[in-house]
Ligand binder design. Structure first.
Ligand code: KIV
Ligand code: ZN
Length: 524
């Protein structure tokens, strides 16, 4: 069977989702999981776009040895130089350069002509090929371009040395039939197409990204670009889990394989959602909370008699943990460690394990039983924090009710061990907590999103709070740009979870400010 290459762009196009900004450590954590999962190419960032992106591509290039590492550029030498420098340590570096090919892009965005754009693209490929052997060329907005012009561009850039040609449906405009026909026509009208791999990069504006990617593969594409949970610009990109599981489940139709280990699909989904703060919709295919839930009596009866009556994928095959296995305080350290290992968390650091164990005991005390979803929330809270806390939440207390003014007291501990306490009134209990924290930390920001989800069923469920705050961008020199930071926290008490989520977002913001100041002082 032919192999389709999986090109993951969670760390580049995915990170372009509003508010999904990740720090370098978080990107590295995701990159390691993508490598373990069997992704062929990781697009690690857009090196010229920011010092953070540059450093992320540089670190990922050094640490990830089993994937091609790719850096995005525009079609100019400065961008290409930056990408080549960031990719220097990679075992297999790839530069991804390109330019718009639709008339609307050429006329209004690039303000040039078709001929000049073609020349610029060819020059970019030739230049990139002097620096690395593997050069991918993107023809932005190919979905709305004149196919005759697209064929000419593809022929010219392949002639110039492009090893992969990326055909993006940048605006998610094209229908599956049109997309399949376009990819087929490229194989028929570009004389040297056999010298390059065709890649498809589809956006989901009309909900057709996965369908388009699949028809692209059915018509000759051998690389597919995707992101975990389908995150990305606007309505997002093709989602990795959908395209991989469609190819796997319907291999009778597509007749191709991928190198992905599907069992890591669900852990990757949880990690990316936790770190980006982008909640996965419950009905999301493959990884949503309801993807394998059967609520109607007829369906439940059918699945109990024979799973395949209503399930085309075994949830275990995509790494969805068995929520039936529960632990209690009596399970002890050994039982907890064993279950965490089964779930794919290897907590080698004893101090970290101990923190998880103490939280587990607290939850078990309140809920009596702890299931997989509770454990995931605990691990996310205690372990998946890839920045240094400037302030740690020690204590929070709130009073509220229909006849009282919400009042909160918080106690924080600084990284130097100094304990600070304050209290505030608010319009509601969450507002009171956030006002009290603001009185201590004094970091201006605006809360732009707040959501609560119950991690499990039942009145005693752990609540997971996800928030976004907006503040002056730590990297922006003039202070006018704004950046969004997400935060999350989980607890059986949703006020405590709300306080944790706010502390998470604020600590992330403070860590980014420190990092930006350090970078400025070393480059001045
Ligand atoms: O959607 C798009 O066209 C892109 C290119 C930069 C590859 O993301
Ligand atoms: Zn894109």
């Amino acid at each position: 069977m032919d192999r389709v290459m999986i090109f993951d762009t969670t760390l580049r196009d995915g990170e372009q989702s509003p508010g999904a900004a990740l720090n370098v450590e978080e990107k590295i954590e995701i990159a390691h999981l993508l490598e373990q999962m069997g992704v062929d190419i990781i697009e690690a960032g857009f090196p010229i776009s920011s010092p953070g992106d540059f450093r992320a591509v540089q670190r990922i290039s050094k640490e990830i040895r089993n994937c091609v590492i790719c850096g995005l550029t525009r079609a100019n030498r400065k961008d290409i130089d930056a990408a080549a420098e960031a990719l220097q340590g990679a075992a297999r570096p790839r530069i991804h350069t390109g330019l718009g090919v639709s008339d609307v892009h050429i006329k209004y965005k690039l303000r040039t002509t078709r001929e000049k754009a073609l020349e610029q693209g060819v020059d970019a490929v030739k230049y990139a090929r002097r620096l690395v052997e593997d050069v991918q060329y993107y023809t932005e907005d190919a979905g709305r371009a004149d196919p005759e012009y697209l064929y000419r561009v593809l022929e010219a850039v392949i002639e110039a040395g492009a090893t992969v040609v990326n055909i993006p449906d940048t605006t998610g405009y094209t229908t599956p039939q049109e997309w399949g026909a376009l990819i087929r026509s490229i194989t028929e009208n570009v004389p040297n197409i056999h010298k390059a791999t065709i890649s498809v990069h589809c956006h989901n504006d009309l909900g057709m990204a996965t369908a388009n990617s699949l028809t692209g593969i059915a018509n000759g594409a051998r690389q597919v670009e995707c992101t975990v949970n389908g995150i990305g610009e606007r309505a997002g990109n093709t989602s990795l889990e959908e395209v991989v599981m469609a190819l796997h489940t319907r291999r009778d139709v597509f007749g191709v394989t991928t190198g992905i280990n599907p069992r890591l699909i669900y852990p990757a989904s949880r990690l990316v959602s936790g770190l980006t703060g982008i909640v996965v919709q419950p009905n999301k295919a493959i990884v949503g909370a309801n993807a394998f839930a059967h609520s109607s009596g007829i369906h439940q009866d059918g699945v109990l008699k024979e799973r395949t009556t209503y399930e085309i994928i075994n949830p275990r095959d995509v790494g969805v943990p068995d929520s039936e296995i529960i632990l209690s305080a009596r399970s002890g350290r050994h039982g907890l460690r064993h279950r965490l290992e089964q779930l794919g968390y290897s907590l080698d650091d004893e101090a970290q394990f101990e923190k998880v164990y103490q939280r587990f005991l607290e939850v078990a005390d309140k809920k009596k039983t702890v299931d997989t979803r509770d454990l995931e929330a605990i691990v996310a809270d205690e372990v998946q924090m890839f920045f240094e806390e400037t302030y740690h939440l020690e204590h929070v207390q709130v009073t509220c009710g229909n006849r009282s003014i919400p009042t909160a007291t918080v106690r924080l501990r600084t990284s130097e061990g100094i304990v600070v306490e304050d209290a505030a009134l608010g319009t509601g209990p969450v507002d009171a907590i956030y006002q009290a924290i603001n009185r201590i930390i004094g970091e201006p920001n605006e809360l732009i999103e707040f959501s609560i989800q119950a991690v499990t069923e039942g009145i005693d469920a752990v609540g997971r709070v996800t928030i976004r705050i907006e503040a002056d961008d730590p990297v922006s020199e003039n202070g006018v740009e704004r950046r969004v930071f997400s935060g999350r926290g989980a607890d059986t008490d949703i006020m405590v979870a709300s306080a944790k989520a706010y502390m998470f977002a604020l600590n992330r913001l403070l860590a980014a400010r420190r990092e930006a100041a350090l970078h400025r002082s070393t480059t001045d």
